[in-house]
Each structure stands twice: as structure tokens, then as C-alpha cells.
Ligand binder design. Structure first.
Ligand code: KG4
Ligand code: ZN
Length: 336
């Protein structure tokens, strides 16, 4: 279908603890992108409490939808498509966004499409100023996922490796908790690591040299736990730098190897951990050394947002002719 500049998609994301809405024109023109983060509400529990997240999505979502439409001077009746995440994620939070999206679509008499959050992280790359076109290897690295996904074309995906236990961001968040850093800890570990010595502690690099492209981060977390028990006065800066040295080495080695093995020239890195400054530097340099162009989405498109949900919904609807029935249920374990 030809690009229709008057085609407006409202994107809704509520799979975890971010309530996010966005409006997209056509397939790639992002008009507004609002993210309300609930992290402060969950910080005191050291992680996301699903019931608290659901209640807050429910309270915030209608307000944010009104706000985002006001920002772009559109009326609900100007919308052409509603796209909402239907998985993977926490079932309660997913249900709130999905039901709200389906209700809007039904009320407005327009199509509805459920979006796979993992595909959306990859398609966030379509919204960049200089978008990367397939074929490319995608590294989705976030609080919930660490996967290497071969992308021969948008809409076609093959997972070539993923974590066998914790996601990279999940491990960083748990390690941060051990160090007394607030939740989520990834950003603070990134900052602290700049003041620390990455060689101070020789943490393991689990599965870094194993065959295949799967990851494991649970063993690293356990090593940090034992190290901190033995050395309670270790500088947090040195622990952060040494932990990140391990995580970044693993992500770099596996993703460059996978890109080469599948004969790709481009690697696209998305998800919350893609915001990490050490990963950005090391992976870009490693790629350059092997003739691979490594692209990171801009930080607001890396962490959870609804722009990527709108972009994926618009792409699947306009290019592949897809829409969902309103009977679509949340799928907490949806894979790509
Ligand atoms: O993509 P995202 O917002 O949510 C999920 O889908 O999981 O990713 C959140 C994760 C958290 O684990 C957080 O600690 C991590 O991304 N993160 C970072 C950084 N910023 C966020 N990890 C390392 N360095 C960062 N700068
Ligand atoms: Zn995510």
C-alpha cells in the first residue's frame, strides 16, 4: 500500500512499568511520544510489582491518550489505527493497555492491531533519522530479554540465540540491588563504572566462548554476590566497572560472531541496555574492526516506549494488511 500521510496510528505500551502512548503519521513519522515511568512507585520494592503496575496503567492511560492527542491537535476520530502491545510482558499490565486499545478501536470503528513488544524493539530502528534497512542482525537487550535475531526483511525474524536464564538488564538490576543501588540499576551502574577500574575484579564471562549464540548472566550475578560477601568494602565504582566489563565483553563477542556467521554487514542494537555507554563504545569499535556497521537506536527509542509499538502496528497493517479481532488476549510469553 502506498504511504498515506493522513494515516494516523495511536500506539499504546503497558507491558511492564512504563505507561506509554505515541502518535505516528504514515509508517515512520513520529508526531508525539509520551512515556510515564512508574519506576519511583516500584523502587521501594526493588522490582516491579505487577498489581501496582496494573493499577497505575489504569489510572494514567486515559489521561495520557488525551494528552498525546492534544499535543498533535488531533481528535480521536482522526485516528486510523490503534496498536497496543499484547505480549510478552506482565499479564495484568498487558491486559490494561490491550483492553483500552481495543475499546478505543471499537468505539471509533477503526482497525485494531496487537503488537509483539520484541518485534517493536527491533522496528524502533525504523524511526531513526538514518534508519537501517534489512538484512541485519538485531541484538535485543533489555530488562526482560537478551536475544540475537536475524532480520532478513522487516516482518521476518529468526532468533539465533537468547538467554538461558537472566536477561542482561535483569542481572544488572539484581546486582545493583546487592550493591544497594535503587531499581532499576542499569543506568547508575553505567555512571559508576566510568569512575571505576574494569580490571579490579576478574568476574567470569559465562558462555562467552561456548558454541552457539545463547547467553547466560545468572552465574555472573552469583559471583558478584559471593565477592561482595567476602569483600564488603569493595568500591561500588570498581564492582560496577568490572561487572560491565563482563556483560559488555559477552554481548560484544556473541553479537559480532553471530553477525559474521549469518553473513550480515549490519548489527542493530535495541532495548534498555542498548543505552549503555560502555556497550555503545566497545561494540561499535569491535564492529568497525570486522567491517560491520553497528547502529544503536537513540536512547528514548531504546527503553520502553509506544513509538515503537505504533511503528510496528502501522508497518504490519499497511505493508502486510494485518489487523486483529477484538478477542485477542494478552500473551505474556509471546516470542518473536
Ligand atoms: O527496554 P527496557 O526499558 O524494558 C524492558 O523491556 O525490559 O529495559 C530496561 C532495562 C533495565 O534492566 C535497566 O536497568 C536497563 O534497561 N538499562 C540500562 C541502562 N539504561 C537502562 N542498562 C545498562 N546501562 C544503561 N545505561
Ligand atoms: Zn522492552
Amino acid at each position: 500500500m502506498a504511504k498515506d500521510t493522513s494515516f494516523y496510528t495511536l500506539g499504546i505500551e503497558t507491558s511492564c512499568d512504563e505507561t506509554a502512548v505515541a502518535v505516528l503519521r504514515g509508517e515512520r513519522e513520529l508526531l508525539a511520544n509520551i512515556v510515564y515511568s512508574q519506576v519511583d512507585l516500584h523502587a521501594k520494592y526493588g522490582g516491579v510489582v505487577p498489581e501496582v503496575a496494573s493499577r497505575n496503567h489504569l489510572a494514567k492511560l486515559p489521561i495520557l491518550v488525551r494528552q498525546v492527542l492534544e499535543q498533535v491537535s488531533l481528535k480521536p476520530s482522526d485516528l486510523s489505527l490503534i496498536a497496543a502491545t499484547y505480549g510478552p510482558g506482565l499479564v495484568g499490565p498487558l491486559l490494561i493497555g490491550l483492553s483500552h486499545g481495543k475499546g478505543l478501536a471499537y468505539g471509533l470503528g477503526i482497525p485494531f492491531i496487537g503488537v509483539n513488544h520484541l518485534e517493536a524493539h527491533i522496528l524502533a530502528s525504523r524511526l531513526m533519522d538514518d534508519p537501517v534497512e534489512p538484512p541485519f542482525m538485531g541484538l535485543v537487550v533489555s530488562g526482560g530479554h537478551t536475544s540475537l535475531v536475524e532480520v532478513p526483511a522487516f516482518g521476518t525474524y529468526k532468533t539465533v540465540g537468547s538467554t538461558v536464564d537472566d536477561a542482561a538488564g535483569e542481572a544488572l538490576d539484581k546486582i545493583g540491588k546487592m550493591m544497594g543501588i535503587g531499581y532499576p540499576a542499569g543506568k547508575e551502574i553505567d555512571r559508576l563504572a566510568k569512575e571505576g577500574n574494569p580490571q579490579a575484579i576478574d568476574f567470569p564471562r559465562p558462555m562467552m566462548t561456548s558454541a552457539g549464540f545463547d547467553f547466560s548472566f545468572a552465574g555472573l550475578k552469583t559471583s558478584v554476590l559471593y565477592h561482595l560477601k567476602k569483600h564488603p568494602r569493595e568500591k561500588v565504582e570498581d564492582v560496577s566497572a568490572s561487572v560491565l566489563a563482563s556483560v559488555v565483553d559477552i554481548l560484544t563477542k556473541k553479537s559480532i560472531e553471530a553477525t559474521r556467521r549469518f553473513q550480515m554487514k549490519k548489527l542493530v542494537v535495541v532495548g534498555g541496555v542498548a543505552a549503555n555507554s560502555h556497550l555503545r563504545t566497545q561494540l561499535t569499535e569491535a564492529g568497525a574492526g570486522k567491517g560491520i556497521r553497528v547502529t544503536f537506536a537513540p536512547i528514548p527509542l531504546c527503553t520502553d516506549n509506544a513509538a515503537m509499538i505504533a511503528a510496528t502496528g502501522a508497518f504490519r497493517h499497511l505493508q502486510l494488511g494485518e489487523a486483529h479481532e477484538l478477542s485477542l488476549s494478552p500473551q505474556p510469553s509471546l516470542s518473536i
